[in-house]
Ligand binder design. Structure first.
Ligand code: F6R
Length: 261
């Protein structure tokens, strides 16, 4: 796990975007895993700028979203499919149908989850998975207690996640759907490179547990300690509880220039 502590959200977005630009230029058919929520927004804005400057094209790429609310009005602006469309997909050159997400309005949700895992496999698997982390340590919507081998499935959101996400629903927790479909921890662990972005003091405890805590379903993101290629990009507030912060800074400052993220 490579932990990189950077001065600002904007420095994080620059570095994360450079990894994506390098990937897609080296492999135009790359499969990208897209997260929703606030954490990746600055990164998406940077990617759009790189696209507008003709430094990246998504024309042959594919993307899979991490998760989706269940039963949300298809036209709701906070439906994750719509958020991804607004924040990135419609602003770059993905081919029609190249960005997929779990269908939270499917008549048969279990079948939709199975089909989604299958679609990821058939695409060749996710080359780079963008992740955020919940204040309770979830990645995607794998809440505490999630099985480490879980696949895409229906989950019930914790009260903490509902409270955290109420800001997207007019600060009304009652308006936040309580069910979601999410890629499982097992699904996410199959990505070839996981790139997690966390900013702000509200993430400090979850980041501490993910990076330096014991691996436990109580803090689902801690499974990433077993992932062969994880990059964690943090601002100082999110990194505030890390015991080895000085080492992570020293390691990054001395990283050989030929070694990519
Ligand atoms: C969203 C997702 C979630 C968020 C997490 C952090 O697709 O998978 O795990 O990444 O809840 O959300 P923000 O970034 O809004 O703090």
């Amino acid at each position: 796990m490579e932990v990189v502590i950077l001065p600002s959200e904007s420095a994080i977005a620059d570095l994360a975007a450079s990894a994506l630009v390098a990937l897609v230029n080296a492999k135009p058919t790359a499969v990208i895993g897209l997260a929703t929520g606030s954490s990746p927004l600055a990164l998406y804005r940077r990617l759009i700028q790189h696209y507008q400057a003709s430094e990246i094209s998504f024309a042959q790429a594919k993307a899979f979203m991490l998760d989706e609310y269940v039963g949300i009005d298809p036209a709701h602006p906070e439906r994750y499919r719509n958020v991804i469309e607004t924040e990135i997909a419609s602003q770059v050159d993905f081919a029609p149908g190249a960005v997929q997400g779990p269908d939270g309005n499917a008549a048969d949700l279990a079948a939709a989850c199975q089909a989604y895992d299958q679609a990821i496999k058939q695409s060749g698997g996710i080359d780079l998975q963008i992740l955020g982390i919940g204040s309770d340590g979830h990645i995607a919507f794998n809440e505490p207690g999630s099985s480490f081998t879980s696949r895409t499935r229906l989950v019930v959101l914790t009260e903490q996640t509902i409270a955290d996400n109420a800001r997207f629903f007019g600060n009304d927790p009652e308006a936040v759907p309580i069910f979601a479909l999410t890629q499982g921890l097992g699904t996410i662990m199959e990505s070839r490179h996981a790139l997690l972005v966390a900013t702000g003091a509200g993430k400090a405890q979850a980041v501490k547990q993910m990076v330096e805590g014991g691996v436990s379903a109580m803090w689902p993101a801690s499974i990433l300690q077993f992932h062969p290629h994880v990059t964690v990009l943090l601002d100082p507030a999110a990194a505030a509880q890390l015991e080895l912060a000085d080492y992570y800074k020293h390691a990054f400052a001395n990283k050989p220039s030929w070694q990519a993220l």
